[in-house]
Ligand binder design. Structure first.
Ligand SMILES: [Zn+2]
Length: 236
């Protein structure tokens, strides 16, 4: 009889997670080091063997054991046609905020730009990309960033952050984008308030014309919390 270690326990080493994030960088909308293109090869090259083991444990977790019921997407390396969105800005509390460069496949970005133009024309408003394409290795860093922020409440993290391979942000064709309005909503503190914005109301009515669809409405079957800001490019 053999006993396999539970990979969910393997990622709970606070010090190793801190070391990994100190080396690679934590994920937030102002991160200066772009992580979108990170490959597992790049990532492992930065890490000590024990830290690599922790990432391997992360990849071994079955998301269903954490309540995530969404389908596997891909573990592929980043696509070659990623385009950058640079210098996006918004103002909050009188302060000018600059979002770190975001990336998306060119055709996804083209569709987004058309939608942004329309929302500008019709609402005299703006729509920004807070988070675009993220490679599966980048997603590993996102997951660990939120694991640390949540004081290692892994089930809670899994209700809002996909495990590597299961994120629609890593889909090189039907890429998901997290959007932000010109007031910087959704905020990290109260993200669900995006539902109350005029931009959200507009998106519900119009995003489908541009090929974007809400992935995680309330009570969705994927076990993911309501994400009014997360729109997936899936043209019909
Ligand atoms: Zn998202």
């Amino acid at each position: 009889m053999s006993f396999e270690a539970d990979p969910r326990q393997g990622v709970m080493d606070r010090e190793l997670v801190k070391n990994i994030l100190d080396k690679v960088g934590r994920d937030d909308r102002y991160t200066k080091t772009p992580l979108a293109n990170l490959t597992f090869e790049n990532l492992y090259n930065k890490l000590q063997p024990q830290e690599v083991e922790l990432i391997i444990d992360l990849l071994a977790i079955d998301p269903k054991t954490l309540g995530f019921m969404g389908p596997f997407v891909t573990m592929e390396n980043p696509p070659r046609d990623l385009a950058a969105i640079e210098g996006q800005q918004y103002t909050r509390g009188g302060e000018n905020m600059i979002i770190a460069n975001q990336y998306a496949p060119q055709r996804v970005l083209d569709a987004f730009q058309k939608m942004k133009q329309a929302i500008g024309d019709e609402l005299q408003s703006d729509l920004l990309i807070e988070s675009g394409y993220r490679s599966p290795a980048h997603q590993a860093i996102v997951f660990l960033t939120y694991l640390e922020l949540s004081d290692f409440n892994i089930r809670y993290v899994a209700s809002g952050v996909a495990l590597p391979g299961f994120s629609q942000h890593g889909d090189p064709v039907n890429t998901a984008l997290d959007v932000l309005n010109q007031d910087g909503i959704p905020t990290d503190e109260e993200p669900e308030l995006f539902e109350k914005t005029k931009e959200y109301a507009w998106l519900v009515q119009n995003a489908g014309k541009f090929g974007f669809f809400l992935s995680y409405p309330r009570d969705n079957p994927h076990g993911v919390k309501f994400e009014p800001w997360h729109w997936r490019y899936s043209p019909v």
